[in-house]
Design a protein around this ligand. Structure first.
Ligand code: AMP
Ligand code: MN
Ligand code: ZN
Length: 856
C-alpha cells in the first residue's frame, strides 16, 4: 500500500535523525510537526462538527461491552454466532453458485466517462436496493474515517453494476443503511470486493450488513500466484489505469467530495467487475491446464478462490479487548522507545507512567469518540514519560504535536497524573469519572459514550457514593449532565410494563390484572386454563382464597395504565420502587408479597423528583434510627473469618489504634499494592500497607491477604463481576471468602481484637462502649449483602423495626414511604385502589405463589 510505504519512509528518516543528530529529539519533533500539519489534506468540501454526532443508531459504541451482532427473527441463533452462518456454510461446501461473469464480459465498460449516481436520501437508497436485487453481481468498496472517531465509521460506499456507478453517502444514510442488508445477504447475488477483510467487518459494525456470496479479487490473485495482489497492480495490468492510492487516506467525511476524490472512489469499484471477470477466466483455464494431468480429484481453482472469499464473510466484527485499558499501547510504546539498558527501578517507573498515560488516553478517546492518535500521540506519551513536566505549559512544550482540544480541556487531569506518581490507576479513573460528570461541559454525552459512562458508574458507583460525603453528588451532577433524551432511550421501559392479563375465578369473576409471567405460572401447573388470547385471560381451576371484595384486594383488579402515575406522561416511563430496596430486601417474606402495589411507573422527571425525596428521607431515617447509610469501618484480625457484627461506635474513634478501615480504602490500597507494589516508592507502599494491616489487626499481610482484601465488602455477584473485569489472577475461591457470618459479641473500641471479623458503624448518636454496641449478626443468608451500598443500613433499620414493633412496624414504615412519595409528587394518575394504608397482609391460597408453606 502506498500509505504504508510513506509510513516506512518516515520511519527511516526518523531513525537517521536519531543516529545523526545529537539533539535528535528536537529535530524529530520539528519533522513530525511539519508532516502532521500537512495532513489531513483539505479536499473540495468541509466538515461541520463531527458528523457521527447525528447518528441515531450506533451499533458499536465506545464502551467495553462486546459488540452485539444482528439477531435474525427467523433464526433463534445466539448472538455470538454469525447470523448467516448457515447460508455461508452452504456456499463454502457447495461453491456451485457460480457468478456468471462470462456472459457479462462484453458489457463491462472499461472507461469511466459515464456519469455516476450520488445516493444520499432514503428513497434513493431504496431504489438502489431495488436495482441491485435484480443484478446477479455487483462490485463494492467502502471508505472509512478513523481519525476523529474511536472505532471508525464508514464514510462512503461505492457500488458498481455493469451499467452504473453509485456513490452512497453512508454518513447521511447511516441510520437507514439496513435497506441494503437483504441484497448483501442474498446468496444468489455475488458481491465482488478487492481485499474485503476490512470492508466485511466495517459493514457489520456500522450497519449489521453481512456479506453472503462474495468474490474477492485479491483472493483470486493468491490462487493465481500473481506477483502482486494490490488493486493498483490489477488496475494497471488489466485496465491500464494508474491510480494515486494516497487518496485512500483522505478525509472521507467531507462534503461535497472533491472531483479527485470522487474519481478515486469510483475507480475503486468501477473496474472490479471487469477484473473479476478476467481473473475468473484465468482460474477456469488454470483448472483445465493444470489438473488435466491428475486423474482423480481435481482442484477447482475457481472454487478455491470463491471458498476463500466466503471464508472472509464468515469473519465477525469484535471490539478489541485488552486486560486493562491502555496496556497494549503502553507495551508497544515502551518497547519502541526504550531499547537501551535502563536500571530496573527506572524501567518500572517509566512503564508505570506510560501505562497511566495510555489508560488516560484510552478513556478520553472513548468518551470523546476520537482516535487515540488524535487525543495524544505515542511520541508525546514517551516524551512526557521521560520528561515528566510539572506545569501545564511544560506539558504542552514537551508534546511532539500541538495539543489536541482534549488535552487542553483535560490539562489539569493530565497535570495531576504526571505530578503525582503515586496516583493509582483506579484513582485516575475515579478522577476522570468525576471530571466526566463535572458540569464544566468539556465532555458532552453521546450515543458513543453513554454505555461507557453507565458501565463506569455501575462498576464504581457504590465506591463513589461511599467516598463522597454527599451520596447524591454523583447522581445529581450526573443526571444534570445526562441528556434527557438519551436517558429516556436507555432506561425507560421498551414495552408496556403491565400486560393487562386477567385472572378470573371459576365463577367468572375477575380476580386481578397481572403480567404474563404470572399467567404462565398457573398454566404450566395446570391450575388454570386460557380463555382469551388478546389480551390474555385465564380461569382458575381451583377456588382461590382471596376475593376482590376482601380487604385491600380491589387494588388488584384495577387495570394499570402504562403512564406516569404522577403526571400522566405516556411516551416513556420507568419503574419506581416506593419502598427503597435496601429496606424491602430485608422484610420478612410474608410482607413482601404485594410488590406490585409499591412499584409504580414514573416518567424520567417525576422519577428524579421522587428519588430525591426518597434519598432525603433515607438520611432522616438514618438519623432517627442512628444507623448511618454506609458502613464506615470494618475490622478483621485473624485467619478465620468467623464473625461479622455491626456495632455502633463513636466517630472520633473510627481511625483509632489501627483496628478499622473503610471498605473503600481497604480495597483501593490492596489494589494499588497488588498492581504496583513492587514499583512504588517504599514510603507510599508502607502507607498503603498500614491501611491493609488495619483490617488484619496489625499482623503481617501476605499476597493472599491482599487478594482477599479486594473482595471485602462485595457481595458474591460483585465479586464475580470484579474478578472477571479486573482479570486479576485471583487465587481465591470467591464463594469461600465469606466475610460475613453469624454474629458474635465484638470488642470494637476497647483496643482488643480476638480474631473476629467485625463491621462497625460510626455514629455520633451512640457512645462507643462496646457493651452497648448494637450487635447485629449478619446471617449466612445475607451473603448477598454488599457493604458498599445502603444494604447494611437497610438491614439494621428493618431489624430495629421488627424488634420493637413487629410486622406492624414494617407496615407503618411502608406507609411512611408512601406518604413521602405522595408528598413529593402529588401524583394524579395513581391506579384506583392504590392507597397509603395498603397492608401487605393477606391470606394465601393453597396455590398462591406467595404461600410460604408451598414449594414452587
Ligand atoms: P480501500 O480498501 O483502499 O478502499 O481503503 C478503504 C479505507 O481503508 C480507506 O478509506 C482508509 O480509511 C483505510 N485505509 C486503507 N489503507 C490505508 C492506509 N495505508 N492508511 C490509512 N488508512 C488506510
Ligand atoms: Mn476504496
Ligand atoms: Zn411524570
Amino acid at each position: 500500500m502506498a500509505g504504508g510505504s510513506r509510513e516506512k519512509t518516515r520511519a527511516v528518516i526518523v531513525v537517521a535523525c536519531f543516529v545523526a543528530a545529537i539533539s535528535g529529539a528536537i529535530l524529530l519533533r520539528r519533522l513530525r510537526k511539519r508532516s502532521r500539519s500537512r495532513s489531513p489534506k483539505i479536499g473540495g468540501g468541509s466538515i461541520e462538527n463531527k458528523p457521527q454526532e447525528k447518528f441515531k443508531r450506533v451499533l458499536a459504541d465506545n464502551s467495553y461491552s462486546p459488540f452485539k451482532h444482528l439477531k435474525r427473527d427467523d433464526k433463534g441463533s445466539p448472538t455470538e454466532l454469525h447470523p448467516y452462518e448457515e447460508e455461508i456454510t452452504h456456499l463454502l461446501q457447495n461453491p456451485s453458485v457460480l457468478p456468471d461473469f462470462v456472459s457479462d464480459n462484453g458489457n463491462v465498460p472499461l472507461d469511466m466517462s459515464g456519469s455516476y449516481t450520488w445516493v444520499d436520501t432514503e428513497p434513493e437508497l431504496k431504489s438502489l436496493a431495488g436495482i441491485l436485487s435484480g443484478e446477479k453481481v455487483f462490485a463494492v468498496d467502502t471508505e472509512q474515517h478513523s481519525f476523529r472517531s474511536f472505532l471508525g465509521f464508514t464514510a462512503l460506499m461505492q457500488i458498481s453494476t455493469v451499467k452504473e456507478d453509485f456513490l452512497i453517502d453512508t454518513i447521511a444514510l447511516h441510520d437507514v443503511m439496513d435497506i441494503l442488508r437483504p441484497v448483501f445477504a442474498d446468496p444468489s447475488i455475488c458481491k465482488v470486493f478487492h481485499g474485503s477483510d476490512n470492508d466485511v467487518i466495517w459493514l457489520q459494525r456500522d450497519f449489521h450488513i453481512y456479506v453472503v456470496n462474495m468474490f474477492d479479487t485479491a483472493k483470486a490473485c493468491e490462487i493465481l500466484s500473481k506477483p502482486q495482489k494490490s488493486l493498483a497492480y490489477l488496475l494497471e495490468v488489466y485496465c491500464g489505469v494508474i491510480t494515486d492510492k494516497t487518496l485512500q487516506r483522505e478525509d472521507w467525511r467531507i462534503r461535497p467530495l472533491s472531483m479527485e476524490m470522487i474519481k478515486y472512489a469510483r475507480c475503486d469499484a468501477h473496474y472490479l467487475l471487469y477484473i473479476a471477470n478476467c481473473l475468473s477466466s484465468e482460474l477456469h483455464s488454470k483448472n483445465t491446464s493444470e489438473t488435466s494431468s491428475f486423474s482423480g480429484d481435481k482442484l477447482n481453482f475457481f472454487f478455491e478462490a470463491s471458498r476463500r472469499s466466503n471464508a472472509v464473510c464468515m469473519q465477525l466484527y469484535t471490539k478489541e479487548t485488552e486486560p486493562s485499558p491502555g496496556t497494549s499501547a503502553a507495551t508497544s510504546i515502551f518497547s519502541r522507545t526504550f531499547n537501551q539498558k535502563l536500571d530496573l527501578a527506572k524501567v518500572s517507573e517509566l512503564k508505570d507512567i506510560i501505562w497511566k498515560l495510555c489508560a488516560w488516553r484510552d478513556l478520553m478517546a472513548r468518551i470523546h469518540d476520537e482516535s487515540l492518535r488524535y487525543v495524544l500521540s505515542d511520541q508525546s506519551i514517551s516524551a512526557l514519560a521521560v520528561k515528566l513536566p510539572k506545569v501545564p505549559q511544560q506539558i504542552y512544550g514537551t508534546m511532539t504535536e500541538s495539543p489536541s482540544p482534549i488535552v487542553v480541556s483535560h490539562i489539569d487531569e493530565l497535570h495531576n497524573l504526571l505530578k503525582n506518581s503515586n496516583l493509582s490507576i483506579d484513582d485516575l479513573f475515579d478522577n476522570i469519572l468525576e471530571m466526566r460528570l463535572d458540569p464544566v461541559g468539556c465532555c458532552p454525552l453521546s450515543a458513543y459514550n453513554y454505555a461507557l459512562l453507565s458501565q463506569l458508574s455501575s462498576k464504581r458507583g457504590d465506591m463513589f457514593n461511599f467516598s463522597l460525603s454527599g451520596s447524591e453528588k454523583v447522581a445529581q451532577t450526573g443526571s444534570k449532565r445526562a441528556s434527557r433524551e438519551l436517558f429516556i432511550k436507555k432506561f425507560s421501559c421498551k414495552s408496556p410494563v403491565y400486560h393487562n392479563c386477567r385472572i378470573y375465578a371459576s365463577d367468572g369473576r375477575l380476580l386481578c390484572y397481572c403480567d404474563r409471567k404470572k399467567l404462565e405460572w398457573y398454566l404450566q401447573r395446570d391450575l388454570a386454563k386460557m380463555v382469551e388470547n388478546d389480551p390474555p385471560a385465564i380461569v382458575l381451576l381451583f377456588e382461590p382464597k382471596g376475593r376482590p371484595d376482601d380487604e385491600d384486594n380491589d387494588f388488584y383488579i384495577q387495570s394499570k395504565r402504562n403512564i406516569c402515575v404522577s403526571c400522566g406522561e405516556e411516551k416513556h416511563y420507568i419503574r419506581y420502587r416506593i419502598i427503597p430496596s435496601c429496606y424491602r430486601m430485608h422484610f420478612p417474606e410474608h410482607l413482601k408479597s404485594h410488590r406490585s402495589h409499591d412499584i409504580v411507573l414514573l416518567c424520567v422527571d417525576c422519577h428524579e423528583k421522587a428519588h430525591k425525596a426518597a434519598e432525603r428521607y433515607k438520611r432522616k431515617v438514618a438519623e432517627e434510627f442512628g444507623v448511618p447509610l454506609f458502613v464506615q469501618k470494618i475490622v478483621d484480625s485473624g485467619e478465620e473469618k468467623v464473625i461479622a457484627s455491626i456495632g455502633l461506635t463513636n466517630n472520633k474513634n473510627s481511625n483509632d489504634g489501627g483496628k478499622g478501615v473503610s471498605p473503600l480504602h481497604l480495597r483501593t490500597a490492596a489494589m494499588a499494592l497488588l498492581r504496583h507494589g513492587s514499583s512504588m516508592p517504599s514510603e507510599r507502599r508502607d502507607q498503603l500497607m498500614e491501611t491493609v494491616k488495619a483490617y488484619y489487626g496489625g499482623r503481617e499481610v501476605s499476597e493472599k491477604d491482599l487478594e482477599s482484601a479486594l473482595l471485602v465488602g462485595m457481595n458474591p455477584n460483585e465479586r464475580r463481576r470484579f474478578g472477571k473485569k479486573k482479570g486479576l489472577p485471583l487465587t481465591l475461591d470467591y464463594k469461600s471468602t465469606t466475610l460475613i457470618k453469624n454474629g458474635f459479641p465484638s470488642n470494637i473500641g476497647n483496643g482488643e481484637n480476638n480474631g473476629h471479623n467485625n463491621i462497625s458503624y460510626s455514629d455520633n448518636h451512640h457512645n462507643n462502649d462496646s457493651s452497648e454496641a448494637c450487635e447485629v449478626g449478619v446471617l449466612e443468608s445475607d451473603r448477598r449483602l454488599s457493604l458498599l451500598g445502603h444494604g447494611p443500613h437497610g438491614k439494621l433499620v428493618v431489624e430495629q423495626l421488627l424488634e420493637k414493633y413487629g410486622d406492624e412496624g414494617i407496615l407503618q414504615f411502608c406507609q411512611k414511604w408512601r406518604e413521602v412519595f405522595v408528598e413529593a409528587l402529588q401524583p394524579q394518575f395513581l391506579p384506583g385502589g392504590w392507597n397509603i394504608k395498603h397492608s401487605g397482609k393477606r391470606d394465601f391460597g393453597d396455590y398462591s405463589v406467595y404461600n410460604p408453606t408451598k414449594k414452587v
